[in-house]
Write a protein that binds this ligand. Structure first.
Ligand code: BES
Ligand code: MN
Ligand code: ZN
Length: 507
């Protein structure tokens, strides 16, 4: 097996002109639009300062010979002898030049990068339209995960190693924008690597060790509580969920101190169930393997706090990441057991498959002891998220104003979270006959909102909070699209980081 290293992001260079000579196995990625209607539609190169007019003419002649139409995300590979690359890959941006967003460019770049195999370096003029979108889309689209392939099926090439983005403006601000995009995409890749690492190899103690190593390398303050410390300090939810597994639970705390005395304080919390069988309330066999993604929230939170440190955000960010494996066994908790969450609330565990809220409640209560201004929690929490919103749209619940701010920012970065309510009456559904709360409601209605309602009980007054349910969006079980591969997606890393940047700037 290859050594476990995860995805190595390609290096990014900002350049003002096409290089004179070709790098080995290099491709020039050029945006095209579709001009004309129906049978007459044809691909036209989006003009920019970096392509010589003769090259544009040659590319368009080759496209015409192939009948390329330039529709949205359509790819065409052509050979143009005069250019310092082995081939040109055109990617369609569709018809309208008016409604291109960063996401249009990011997806086009992603589709282009995904189609390349055996290519080591790319040069692109997509960056003339949106430099950061081009960098993010190329890195995210080129992502691949081969840690668990032997020589029998390992890719024969090293993957994309270098990206050159052409831009008219090579000021240091542009270079910093490229570096920022590269670091963001690399953080998303880190989150994907965690999700894609199988549960045989990523269990609580191992996950905690990897988070600690990453955090320390980025200069974070790191603390890991083991099962004894969790028991001693009253983390009844994490202990209860973890006790069915031979691989004991952990709580990881990663702190970035950038705020000094005046800066805002933000808490992040992410669900880290390294595998969710359901426990004694066991899940059906079909697709149970998707539950390798049940630590997608934890993965994104770890990647985000590490990125906050790398980008030196002028705020305090403290991440709490509860980790456990939800297994059925002779030592597992039973439906009907009562446990005590961190802080003293008692809970009747009516369904051991509603385990995420149990470990999250402990972590949220602990995070609130630090008196953060904001708390963002994210988790693969409910199948009901998928029923309500589908596989690509996270649901955001929480304090009205902050929820809407998080959703707005998420849409701006292309992760597209949508605001959802927490109706007051749902609290009655969580009444227990023996304890303060039950962990599930008796009804099938509004499962995503009931889970959010449960979590709300543990958020301290005065803390602006948001809960992002990423049950399906964290893990792509369908075919690849845009810059999103199969498997771990890294959602909502870019949303959370953009919210942290927004808080850094606007409070
Ligand atoms: N990890 C699951 C939620 C999930 C389902 C994530 C599908 C990704 C894809 C969670 O722990 C769970 O089992 N939730 C239950 C809650 C129910 C028992 C109230 C669910 O959604 O069925
Ligand atoms: Mn579950
Ligand atoms: Zn779960």
């Amino acid at each position: 097996m290859s050594t476990s290293v995860g995805y190595q992001s390609p290096a990014v260079t900002v350049a003002a002109a096409l290089p004179k000579s070709a790098a080995d196995s290099s491709v020039l990625i050029v945006p095209v639009v579709s001009d004309g209607e129906g049978a007459d539609a044809r691909a036209t190169v989006v003009p920019g300062p970096h392509l010589p007019a003769e090259a544009v003419g040659e590319i368009e002649a080759a496209l015409r010979a192939l009948g390329a139409k330039g529709g949205s995300e359509q790819l065409t590979r052509v050979v143009v002898p005069g250019l310092p690359v082995d081939s040109v890959l055109t990617v369609g941006l569709g018809k309208s030049r008016d409604d291109w967003s960063a996401e249009t460019i990011r997806r086009a770049a992603g589709v282009a990068a995904r189609s390349l195999s055996g290519v080591q370096s790319v040069i692109t003029t997509l960056s003339e339209l949106d430099l950061e979108g081009a960098v993010e889309g190329l890195i995210l689209g080129a992502y691949r995960f081969s840690d668990f392939r032997s020589e029998k099926t390992a890719p024969k090439d090293a993957g994309l190693r270098s990206i050159t983005v052409l831009t008219a403006d090579t000021k240091s601000a542009t270079k910093d924008a490229a570096a920022r995009a590269e670091e963001i995409a690399t953080a998303v890749a880190t989150a994907r690597d965690f999700v894609n690492t199988p549960p045989s190899h990523l269990y609580p103690d191992e996950f905690a060790s990897r988070a600690k190593a990453l955090g320390e390398a980025a200069g974070l303050e790191v603390e890991v509580l083991d099962e004894e410390a969790l028991q001693r300090d009253g983390y009844g939810g994490i202990v209860g969920v973890g006790k069915g597994s031979s691989r004991p639970p952990r709580l990881v705390r990663l702190a970035h101190r950038g705020g000094g005395r005046k800066g805002k304080k933000v808490a992040l919390v992410g669900k880290g169930i390294t595998f969710d069988t359901g426990g004694i309330s066991i899940k059906p066999a079909a697709n149970m393997h998707h539950m390798t993604s049940d630590m997608g929230g934890a993965a994104a939170v770890i990647a985000t706090v590490v990125l906050a440190a790398r980008r030196q955000l002028p705020i305090d960010v403290v991440a709490y990441v509860p980790m456990a494996e939800n297994m059925p066994s002779a030592t597992a908790q039973r439906p009907g057991d009562v446990l005590t969450q961190y802080g003293g609330t008692t809970v009747e565990v009516l369904n051991t498959d509603a385990e995420g809220r149990l470990i999250l409640a402990d972590a949220i209560a602990r995070a609130c002891e630090d008196e953060p201004d904001y708390l963002i929690e994210t988790s693969t929490l409910t199948g009901a998220q998928t029923v309500a919103l589908g596989s690509r749209t996270p649901g955001v619940m929480g304090s009205d104003e902050f929820r809407d701010r998080v959703a707005g920012i998420s849409q701006a970065v292309g992760e597209n979270a949508w605001p959802m309510p927490l109706p007051e009456e749902l609290k009655d559904d969580l009444k227990s006959t023996v304890a303060d709360l039950a962990n599930v409601s008796g009804s099938r209605f509004a499962g995503m909102l009931v889970a959010g309602t449960y979590l709300r009980e543990f958020v301290a007054d005065g803390v602006q909070w948001a809960h992002i349910d990423i049950a399906a969006p964290a893990y792509n079980s369908g075919g690849p699209w845009g810059y999103t591969p199969k498997g771990g997606t890294g959602v909502p890393t870019r949303t959370m980081f953009a919210v942290l940047e927004d808080i850094s700037t606007n409070g």
